[in-house]
Design a protein around this ligand. Sequence first.
Ligand code: G4P
Length: 506
Amino acid sequence: MTLPRRTFAIISHPDAGKTTLTEKLLYVGGAIHLAGEVKARGANRRARSDWMKIEQQRGISVTSSVMTFEKDGVFFNLLDTPGHEDFSEDTYRTLTAVDSAVMVIDAARGIEAQTRKLFEVCRLRSVPIITFVNKVDREGRSPFELLDEIADVLALDVSPMNWPIGMGGEFEGIMDLSSGRISRPEGDSRTFQGKQDEVPLSDRFAEEVELAQAGYAEFDGAAYRAGDLTPVYFGSALKDFGPAELIAALAAHAPPPRPQPAEPAPVSPDNGEVTGFVFKVQANMDPQHRDRIAFMRLCSGTFKRGMKLTPTGHGKPIAVHSPILFFAQDREIADEAFPGDIIGIPNHGTLRVGDTLSERADVRFTGLPNFAPEILRRVALKDPTKTKQLRKALDDMAEEGVTQVFYPEIGSNWIIGVVGQLQLDVLLSRLDAEYKVAAALEPAPFDTARWVAGDAAALKELAEQNRSAMAKDRDDNPVFLAKSAWEVGYIAERYPKVRFLATRER
Ligand code: G4P
């Protein structure tokens, strides 16, 4: 019998404790044996690839990875999302491949900018969220204030599942609100080592707990899975308060693989045919080979090694002889995989982000978004004989979701668009290292871009009257390049039959 699957991601603002929590989840899940392994692995992996120098220099992770572990009869797939503020579309797209998310918040800082952006993406896809308020071993804001902020800012019902008995220097443990048991810190390190009791609380904390239980929604599994309510756990990843509870909560409440939006009809995980979609493509994991790994989320069927899968809409069937399952320690060849699992498929550039793969090629998954770029730059080539290489490089990187590329209707200067500054550095360093193209990025006369759709006559009129602002994306979709967000609004008012879209589904 196959084990139930929980495929999830952790979302957070940098420094909230995602790496620490990831490591503790893997430790509790038995996937690693020593604290510190996640970081060590990161350093190793970075050493493998040249362009990942940027990661090293900045000490951040540009790429996402997948980690799996099994605990108490449940199989977990944890998809890592880069935590830096300069995130790319990669981060967003990873969230299209999960069934739920854990949102980590710093108890002293509350909801921060990136948590909020990532949360919005989860909301778009009704991805249910478990909240973890981290670092209660330090001075933080009052738990009531934090709960109210989560409820207000994210417009969600909140349901505290446990309660911190003091924070910082006063921290005396965490009470599970359903059992009344208190997990206690021990030793000089003040970590959780298994000590639990039901010693009555002092008046002050007894009153707090009473207020907490009376003042917030009771946990409701259906409301959580619908994305209307978030259970909130307080804890300290560093001191081992919380990781075990989070794993238990994911096992008990998080949704198993869900039907995925597709055409002609959503695909249910118990549909017998093997189907999946590529949510990420990563090049150069190994500088010796110019291979790419396409990360496919399996949506239905039982995948078996050697199986032939066909990308919908283009290409011949691909025999998947060496699929890769990602473990925390190592890559392993997979013999079998089940809905919810992620498979790495080595290929030479045939597979693209957004591709559907299936046995019969009569289905197409929808809903992997492109996001309107927030930074646009003109690419200036230093050696004009390298135009072809440049175009190939820009197309390749657009395919991987590193950058977007726009080809203006007028003029020969290609425009690239990114969601975060860091992607620009990645682009330049890869142009140089992999494609041997020396290029510079110059300011573009545009600030933002919108995909345009709608009435054909209105689109034609827009294009004719604004030729210098029109471009095509890599897939030949029409794009309006605007000097400012204000201009988008102004033009949108003048062409009411045209829709100006900040995201485009692939
Ligand atoms: P991130 O991946 O979300 O960016 O955060 P990360 O886990 O790297 O944690 C950021 C900092 O917060 C780290 O400290 C980490 O040790 C600390 N931290 C994480 N969880 C807790 C917690 O529960 N309690 C306390 N007190 N601190 C926590 P650092 O000094 O920046 O890094 P390091 O040198 O300790 O690795």
